[in-house]
Design a protein around this ligand. Structure first.
Ligand code: IVH
Length: 671
């Protein structure tokens, strides 16, 4: 390449990578896939290496991560948190191994012990334990300075507030990856969609977004967990190798990935890599490769570090789960709450062992941004076991006959006009009797977390609709054996089982029933709050918006949606029919006359005697309520060490403040 052209390309690559760095690290909202990022990064690195005079310290190839956000206070890492160089082939690993032996002055045939670990796809954090106490937690930031997210990290159940050792080391700094496993990730996204919020693109974004919340109460609700994998500064305990370091952690109460393994030389590494790649599909969390580390700490310190990465470790990335195919059609589909989502029908293609024929396009804004059209040749990518997404269009394959799908002005199912609310990306059908919405409402009502009608899944619901046997959820309870016997391949026993399952669902708890109704913005959590606050369906149905608003955690949007649902004559009539068919939503047994009946507690600061969730359980078992924030309605604030603004607020409002011991005393009946 001409020098001038190279300079131009380097400049544009640097700009582009900086933009993507900021989208990924600072906004938790990347535009391109990791594989595309890696390709741009590799191109820049190669160009800089071919013309070393053009390499500069401010280049993305010499830097780690993103800028710490100003909304958090900043923490300087005592030892820099480095990144890792990437390897993409066995050849790259052989080169890494040769270089290590050369720098250590070892013979070419020498066999190095490596520790192989799954490369977790989450967010790197540092935890600082002083005398066994978790005193601080931070993000990686730019490697030198990270964000103080101590309060958020303390809400993660798998991170101990105290090390499980009688005589802990004076200082133990640890690095690890915070992540969200796949199943809870899908559940979280389901809840977000239900609440009209945009779903997270992948578990990594969900983890990063959840950790960088200003309100730890939000973080606490997210299913975050951690694997620890590297030491920072350590005093009062010594380790001679990565494996011995990792072996010690579980005894201290710190989780380590059980798939970590010590192997001999590059053949051991290659074996581990292919085995892990096979296992990848069955893991309940996302990984994107193998991290390979020289086991011996003596060797590690002899090898030292470069500007952004250690010389003794490397990340061998898995090939992206991508494929190229053609979008044969784009169909708008209507969900339970009326959200219309564009879905791409693809020419079927295999992506790492799975045949893919559909991809989600999320919404029209996203479709426009990526300029996705019917007939386009596209790169699709599978992440975890979520529906594959279209990564980008291969513009060079355009013939000119591709068609853009405009936002539908009418619902594709019922023809009612669609709306796009100003603060939402979603396009909606607002007709509550839209057949698509009815179908989704029935599926939701019968599903496991809702009324749990065993056996009544999509397949039978479609048949019920086709035969005109149900028009809404209440109709389920007037079904007879003869109705089911009209189905194809239906036997006596099966029909009876379905009827029994329907009968059994009549006694579900009130919270479950409220959730099952499928009111917009009312997920499982909100349904529990409503059941707790109103105690009966009748009370809830006659509640006014102001009463709903007085419930903690119920905001104006949610209150409006609930009030509108129960004001709708059609809904009221349907609920009447549900009750008439013998449904008796029961109220979960609360200890009446429990010590804390009607009392609200807020726990703050770092608690030593019990975890936050245990505290909550103790309070609830005595009929009380544990809240996330202090208000006039708070009866007690239980403050642990380093309690901050909540304690101050409690003092200002004159709320009683208890130490952990005093709380336990109160719980056991003392004064
Ligand atoms: S070790 C000096 N081990 O990968 C060593 N990192 O690209 C630094 N990561 O920032 C990290 N799994 O977020 C290490 N088992 C593992 C890892 C891991 C995931 C991430 C981590 C790090 C990034 C480097």
């Amino acid at each position: 390449m001409e020098k001038q052209t190279a300079i131009k390309r380097i400049e544009s690559l640097r700009k582009e990578l900086e933009r993507h760095n900021s989208l990924y690290y600072e906004n938790d909202n990347p535009e391109i896939s990791d594989a595309e990022y890696d390709a741009l990064f590799a191109e820049l690195k190669a160009l800089e290496e071919s013309a070393p005079t053009l390499a500069v310290v401010s280049s993305p190839t010499a830097k780690v991560g993103g800028k710490p956000l100003a909304r958090f206070s900043q923490i300087a890492h005592r030892l820099p948190m480095l990144s890792l160089d990437n390897a993409f082939s066995e050849g790259d690993i052989a080169e890494f191994d040769r270089r290590i032996k050369r720098e250590l002055g070892l013979a070419e045939e020498a066999i190095i012990d490596y520790v192989c670990e799954p490369k977790m796809d989450g967010l790197a954090v540092e935890l600082v334990y002083e005398d066994g106490e978790l005193v601080q937690g931070s993000t990686r930031g730019d490697g030198e300075i990270g964000e103080d997210i101590s309060a958020n990290l303390k809400t993660i159940k798998s991170i101990p507030h105290r090390l499980a050792e009688l005589f802990p080391p004076q200082l133990l700094e640890l690095r690890g990856e915070v992540y969200i496993p796949l199943e809870p990730f899908q559940k979280l996204n389901g809840e977000r969609e239900e609440a009209g919020e945009p779903p997270f693109a992948n578990p990594r974004n969900a983890a990063a977004g959840s950790l960088r919340q200003l309100d730890p109460a939000i973080t606490a609700k997210r299913p975050l967990t951690i694997f620890c994998y590297a030491p920072g500064l350590i005093e009062g305990i010594e380790f001679d190798s990565q494996l011995n370091f990792l072996k010690k952690l579980p005894a201290l109460g710190l989780p380590v990935n059980p798939l970590t393994k010590k192997v001999a030389g590059i053949s051991g590494v290659a074996g581990y890599y292919s085995q892990l790649m096979e296992q990848r599909e069955s893991l309940d969390y996302e990984i994107d490769g193998v991290v390979i580390k020289v086991d011996s700490f003596a060797m590690q310190s002899e090898l030292g570090v470069k500007s952004r990465s250690p010389k003794w470790a490397i990340a061998w990335k898995f090939p992206p789960r991508q494929a190229v195919t053609v979008i044969e059609d784009i169909v708008p589909s209507v969900g339970r709450t009326g959200v219309i989502t564009p879905t791409a029908n693809l020419r079927p293609v295999e992506v790492s062992g799975v045949i893919v024929s559909r991809a989600t396009l999320h919404n029209w804004e996203e479709m426009e941004r990526k300029d996705i059209r019917i007939g386009d040749t596209v790169v699709i990518e599978r992440a975890g076991d979520v529906i594959p997404a279209v990564v980008r269009v291969l513009l060079e394959k355009r013939s000119g006959s591709e068609k853009f799908l405009e936002i539908p002005s009418a619902c594709p199912e019922c023809g009612s006009p669609t709306v796009k609310l100003p603060n939402e990306v979603a396009v909606r059908c607002q007709n509550l009797s839209c057949p698509a919405q009815i179908r989704e409402a029935l599926i939701h009502f019968a599903s496991r977390n809702a009324m749990d009608i065993d056996g009544l899944g999509e397949k039978y619901i479609d048949q019920l609709l086709r035969l005109g046997l149900v028009r809404d959820i209440a109709d389920i309870y007037s079904l007879t054996k003869a109705d089911f016997m009209q189905f194809e391949r239906m036997g006596d026993k099966l029909a009876e089982n379905l009827l029994t399952a329907i009968e059994e669902s009549k006694t579900r708890e009130l919270a479950t029933f409220i959730f099952a109704l499928g009111i917009r913005h009312v997920g499982e959590h909100t349904a529990k709050l409503l059941a707790g606050a109103f105690g009966s369906l009748q009370n809830l149905m006659s509640s006014r918006e102001e009463e709903l608003l007085s419930i903690r955690e119920v905001g104006p949007q949610v209150a409006e949606s609930i009030a509108a649902y129960f004001q709708d004559e059609k809904n009221r009539e349907m609920i009447e029919r549900l009750l008439a068919s013998g449904i008796t939503p029961s109220v979960a047994e609360k200890r009446v006359g429990g010590r804390f009946t009607g009392k609200t507690f807020v726990f703050t600061g770092s608690l030593e005697r019990f975890s936050r969730s245990d505290a909550q359980k103790m309070v609830e078992a005595e009929g009380g309520h544990a809240a996330g924030s202090v208000s006039k309605k708070t009866d007690y604030v239980v403050a642990g060490a380093e309690a901050g603004s909540k304690l101050e607020k409690a003092r200002n409002l004159g709320v009683s403040i208890l130490s952990e011991e005093e709380f336990l005393l109160l719980l056991s009946g003392g004064d």
